[in-house]
Write a protein that binds this ligand. Sequence first.
Ligand code: NAP
Length: 330
Amino acid sequence: MSFSSFELLDHSKPILVFGRDGQVGRALQVCLKDLKVPAVFLGHSDCDLSNELAIKEVLNHYQPQVIINAAAYTAVDKAESERELAFAINAKAPAVMAHYIANVAHGILVHYSTDYVFADSKQGAYLESDVVGPVEKLSVYGQSKLAGEQAIEEAFNLAHDSGQVTYADKFARYFILRTSWVYGDGGNFIRTMLRLASERDQLKVVVDQVGVPSSADWLAEVGVQMAGSRVESGIYHAVPDGETSWHALAVFAIETAASSGEGIEVKSENILPIPATDYPLPASRPYNSRLSNAKLKKALSEMAFTGQYPHWQEQVTAYVKRIVEESLKS
Ligand SMILES: NC(=O)c1ccc[n+]([C@@H]2O[C@H](COP(=O)([O-])OP(=O)(O)OC[C@H]3O[C@@H](n4cnc5c(N)ncnc54)[C@H](OP(=O)(O)O)[C@@H]3O)[C@@H](O)[C@H]2O)c1
């Protein structure tokens, strides 16, 4: 992917990235370094996003024109018993960021969100315009991420109504990038499957939940691309092409690893498909996590975007090969 220019930005002010040590945050570090764009990366110890005052202090200190928020409370099951904390990090913190960007910086907020804002109200791929929820069927994590989306939209709408946001110059804007099944530098489903495949001779994997695996590297690129673009504010579904089940993803990743030289114990026929009901978890998860990427594709096509839109299989192949190479080296 190539990037549109950042000519709209004041380069004396840094891009502020929250979530430095997460999967997408780590990928953003690489992406922005390669671009040589001034950026400050903050981890949990630099700014606790459950502390509103700490966020405000950081914003006043750095005075960013662009915020990329890759931080989140992502412990989906734990969130069921930590509702307040999940909402503080996933809803209140983005609200503070949005308020600052819309009213003070007149800049750009890029925020990552999730397929968990949908609860199987549809069979096919969800559009950005589809109704979310129903809220009572969402996990606490899903509810908190949805509240974060709504808080961002509300902050910008209020600023717009009060004349703080000038859409005419297409500057003060937000991009909510809803994604799914993220994998990168950190713990994730693919890494877990590869580890289990080297330890066990049989695996059972959920087959009736369908979604799109999304590479953290690519999500970082998309976030940066959007930040430097002139496209309209809004929600964008950021997933590669294609779809799969957890079971088919596990088989694909394990077979790719085996053909790349990784020592794999389990044979493909011993990766057994099971229904999600056989693997009960505290938080409910959507059966249908398909997100339509048509709006994002159109937006990217209007930028100085030269790359091919990716398919999840090519991204997972490259990722697994990289992991295998690293493990063979060590
Ligand atoms: N992972 C997925 O499958 C998935 C799917 C759909 C959408 N998303 C969304 O994509 C985005 C990036 O996900 P990811 O996989 O990169 O997440 P991740 O690897 O779990 O990283 C989240 C980061 O947020 C930080 N964080 C948590 N609580 C914090 C706090 N109180 N103050 C400051 N930082 C805090 C964490 O730091 P500590 O670990 O130090 O607490 C961690 O570095 C998130 O918005 C997530 O909701 C993820």
